[in-house]
Design a protein around this ligand. Structure first.
Ligand code: UDX
Ligand code: UDX
Length: 456
């Protein structure tokens, strides 16, 4: 059996590496139009940073895992085609800012049609609006062809930073297909692949639309949880409650559960915002305006949380940060990844720079992406991998990403090198606030009352 995956990104690359490792008898080829990416997957420096991924790729590379830019050949030879191209939010025309831009997906469908010489199972891996598989089906069957195409939905739930673990041991595999003989057969083929390493009871089959909607729903509910705890964090700061204590108390309720209740400077990542906006657009297009407004609030609270953070930096630093050096510790949207897509640090860095602060960005993995994201700010922003140097002569430091290395820094050394009064803003609640306060820092953390020496 031969599998091809179109799109060698954060989803396509790791997922195919895992299938190749677990199914040594299946030839897996990952194709992409981006030549640099394809070369990088075969080099010592993978195009994405993901703990444990290099080892997984190395196990199969050149044996049954291949990377190529020849999309046509890949399609021609494959029995199963995974489609994992990106589906960003539209930035133009109808639905701009909300609807998914499906142009790459449609191009891929046309490409499949142009190169297919035999029957294919098409697996939609990209996150898409509900009913996209249908549209794909229509394109694929628009021409009288001797080949038959069966489109399945198989959304990926891996999270960045833990992709290898998530792929090895997924909570569930979701496969949506048509309830026809051909649909059931295609689903079974895909079930059999995953069943090589995933316990059968974790493989769920549904109709296509349920599968497509489940992916949007899962991300919407997760993001909603973050926005919910973040909304409570603002109330904690105002009342003197501690959002960590609140989260831990409510999380003990087994109906609520303890995970995904870390208040933060806001959620980022390529999926949450895009998928919620997608859901909002979907609701609107079915005339369900109240629902659209309901889900839209999740994104609005997330923006509010970031703006609130900047507001706190400005107001606590005597209402001006002009000319002040502010070191941002972390730029990735979460720890253990170099990915900065939709990272709250982008919006925050931009706002601080607009206030004419002298922003210094530090991150162990994401500085290359940061330079691209903040390209328009020119020399208003500087980059410094070493956090000690970033904080030297700074008025403030702000934690943007919960990298564990930031918990272990020598904050006394940092305090000594900073200008006074020294400020610490913890957007991820990872620092020992009491200890920092005792050193002399004025400490402002998301979700709790500040610890400051300035009131007296
Ligand atoms: C994936 C999903 O595909 C997306 O829908 C989901 O919401 C997030 O995860 P991801 O793997 O993170 O996207 O995207 P990205 O890293 O941008 O990878 C997509 C790849 O597809 C890129 O390497 C791009 O070059 C490639 N591509 C895109 C093609 O090969 N052909 C195209 O026509 C378009
Ligand atoms: C998410 C989903 O978890 C995954 O299932 C889906 O396939 C893709 O989208 P990802 O974006 O990689 O994965 O990361 P995730 O761990 O979900 O975190 C998303 C954002 O929420 C990050 O910015 C993270 O820092 C933030 N977050 C998460 C919080 O602020 N608090 C939390 O308690 C959890």
């Amino acid at each position: 059996m031969k599998i091809v995956c179109i799109g060698a990104g954060y989803v396509g690359g790791p997922t195919m590496a895992m299938i190749a490792r677990e199914c040594p008898d299946i030839t897996v080829t990952v194709v992409d139009i981006d030549e640099e990416r394809i070369l990088a997957w075969q080099s010592d420096e993978l195009p994405i940073y993901e703990p444990g991924l290099k080892e997984v790729v190395d196990e199969s590379l050149g044996r049954n895992l291949f990377f190529s830019t020849d999309v046509g050949k890949g399609i021609e030879e494959a029995d199963i085609i995974f489609v994992s191209v990106n589906t960003p939010t539209k930035t133009f025309g109808h639905g701009s800012g909300r609807a998914a831009d499906l142009q790459y997906l449609e191009k891929t469908a046309r490409n499949i049609l142009a190169h297919a010489r035999s029957d294919k199972i098409i697996v939609e891996k990209s996150t898409v609006p509900v009913r996209t598989a249908d549209a794909m089906n229509r394109i694929l069957n628009s021409r009288n062809s001797d080949c038959s195409f069966e489109v399945l939905s198989n959304p990926e739930f891996l999270a960045e930073g833990s992709a290898v673990k998530d792929l090895e041991n997924p909570d569930r595999i979701l496969i949506g297909g048509h309830d026809t003989e051909a649909g059931r057969k295609a689903m079974q083929t895909l079930v059999d692949i995953y069943a090589r390493w995933v316990p059968k009871e974790r493989i769920i089959t549904t109709n296509v639309w349920s599968s497509e909607l489940s992916k949007l729903a899962a991300n919407a509910l997760l993001a909603q949880r973050v926005s919910s705890i973040n909304s409570l964090s603002a109330l904690c700061e105002a009342t003197g409650a501690d959002v960590g204590e609140v989260a831990s108390a409510v999380g003990r309720d087994s109906r609520i559960g303890p995970r995904f209740l870390n208040a933060s400077v806001g959620f980022g990542g390529s999926c949450f915002r895009k998928d919620i906006l997608n859901l909002v657009y979907l609701c609107e297009s079915y005339g369900l305006h109240e629902l659209a407004e309901y889900w839209h609030q999740v994104v609005k609270i997330n923006d509010y949380q970031q703006d609130r953070f900047v507001g706190s930096v400005i107001s606590n630093m005597f209402n001006t940060i002009s000319g002040k050096r502010i070191a941002l510790f972390g730029f990735a949207f979460k720890a253990d990844t170099g990915d900065t897509r939709e990272s709250p640090a982008i919006r925050i860095a931009k706002q601080l720079a607009e206030e004419r602060a002298n922003v210094v960005i530090s991150d162990p993995r994401a500085l290359d992406n940061a330079r691209i994201d903040l390209g328009d700010l020119g020399d208003r922003v500087t980059y410094e991998e070493d956090p000690y140097r970033a904080a030297e002569e700074a008025h403030a430091l702000a934690i943007m990403t919960e990298w564990s290395c930031y918990k272990e820094l020598d904050y006394q050394r940092i305090f000594d090198s900073m200008l006074k009064p020294a400020f610490a803003f913890d957007g991820r609640r990872i620092l020992d606030h009491q200890k920092l306060y005792e050193m002399g820092f004025n400490v402002y953390s998301i979700g709790k009352a500040p610890l400051t020496h300035l009131d007296a």
